[in-house]
Ligand binder design. Structure first.
Ligand SMILES: [Zn+2]
Length: 323
């Protein structure tokens, strides 16, 4: 199916492992063409060309777009320049939007990847129509976005919306950012593995250890998922502890933002069918003034793994039509 030329935008989501590109209609979320390429790992100098190639392929396939949005992981300023990105080591000061503008002669906007995903959920997904919302995506790390006054809140420098690095357990597990005790270190995929190692160190969850080949250091989130799928009762202990940490972080966000709802996305929400309701139950108990406030519903994200790329296209459209 082809998209009307005036609604044709390219969205690029640059992740730590892959670059995902779409030609999409940002008013409906409809995707016409998809392209994927691996993120170059060995040499950060190769990243701009890898992204350019994805854009060129999308243009070849679907024709010239009205504009391009590119989401990159890390601290991205209002001009779209990446200042710091732990998931793309060695890439500093990258002005990917500027590079694409010069290469293709098109309007291009640069954004943080999680801001793009949150933008997509707000405009087209589970947070549609909200004035105040918190959007959290649990992957290897935790990404997020905050909606205030009906708009994504970008902050003074463009760096807002990093809930994964809220300090929640000072001195606790090591986070990818180098600090100990960030929410991400207990409530992401990496956090699930940390929980599992703790439970294994207590002499429990032996099935998880077995699935990891007997080495606690090899335990990853998917070993816990596999044990949960087998209905291993001790893996359930890990999951309950994990859901508790997810709830603690959300309760802090609720105390700070007072949102209409919380959108929870990422593969972990599907770990079992009770997960979101378990987190909801624990969050309802732990949130400040719990007995005296309405429940803040936790709802699953709708746009899945393509949210970032769709959101980048939405951001590019906003360049023309505003918000
Ligand atoms: Zn951190």
């Amino acid at each position: 199916m082809s998209i009307e030329a005036r609604n044709r935008f390219i969205g690029i989501d640059v992740g730590g492992t892959k670059i995902m590109g779409v030609v999409a209609d940002p008013t409906t979320g409809e995707i016409q063409v998809r392209r994927k390429a691996p993120t170059p790992k060995t040499d950060p100098e190769l990243l701009p060309d890898a992204i350019k190639n994805v854009v060129a392929e999308l243009i070849d396939e679907a024709g010239r777009p009205v504009g391009v949005g590119v989401g990159v992981p890390g601290l991205v300023d209002h001009q779209g320049v990446l200042h710091y990105g732990p998931n793309v080591p060695g890439v500093l000061g990258l002005d990917m939007a500027g590079i694409l503008r010069t290469e293709f002669g098109l309007p291009v906007i640069g954004e943080n990847d999680a801001t793009c995903a949150a933008l997509a959920e707000h405009r087209l997904g589970a947070a549609r129509g909200t004035m105040t919302a918190v959007i959290v995506n649990q992957g290897t790390g935790i990404a997020g976005g905050i909606v205030i006054g009906g708009r994504i809140h970008r902050g003074a420098n463009g760096f807002a919306g990093e809930p994964g690095h809220m300090m929640i357990n000072a001195g606790g597990h090591l986070c990818a950012c180098g600090k100990r005790g960030c929410w991400e270190a207990v409530a992401s995929g990496a956090g699930l593995a940390n929980m599992a190692r703790d439970v294994v160190a207590d002499g429990k969850a032996l099935r998880v250890l077995e699935l990891a080949g007997g080495d606690p250091d090899s335990i990853r989130g998917e070993h816990v998922s596999a044990a949960i799928a087998e209905e291993d009762p001790e893996a359930a202990i890990i999951l309950e502890r994990f859901a508790g940490w997810v709830a603690e972080g959300l309760a802090s966000l609720v105390a700070l933002i007072d949102p209409e709802l919380v959108v929870l996305g990422g593969g972990l929400t599907a770990i079992n069918r009770h997960f979101i309701s378990d987190v909801q139950e624990q969050m309802n108990k732990t949130v400040m003034g719990a007995a005296y406030r309405p429940e803040v519903p936790i709802v699953p994200a709708r746009l899945g793994a393509e949210a970032g790329a769709i959101g980048a296209a939405v951001s590019a459209r906003d360049l023309f039509f505003g918000r």
